[in-house]
Design a protein around this ligand. Sequence first.
Ligand SMILES: [Zn+2]
Length: 116
Amino acid sequence: MEQQPILCPICKSQSLSANRETFNQKRAVIGNLAFGTQGLLYGHTGSKNVIITCLSCGYEFKPGEGATEDDFEEKNSVANQKIADIETSKQNKRLVAFLVLIAMIFVIIWLFSLIN
Ligand SMILES: [Zn+2]
């Protein structure tokens, strides 16, 4: 199998850092990319404990979830869908907060009407 460079599925960057899941991300060595990362990306031994961090956008993914040039288009649409889902859930939270605020205002008005 011909190995292609792994790309960030979000921003297509090749600036990736592979770390053990338990590894302190803040201590990750910037520029850990190169072939060490590629080895981890393709490695089978203990690869499930490895988290790949994109140094460009900060997206974290597991080995095997990275994109290559060939499948980037498809993966990118999936990634865009994920981002869209996150945006939707954010909007839903804002809507819920707004509705709770309205409900509280009505309760306060109702309480005042009871006092009067
Ligand atoms: Zn990225």
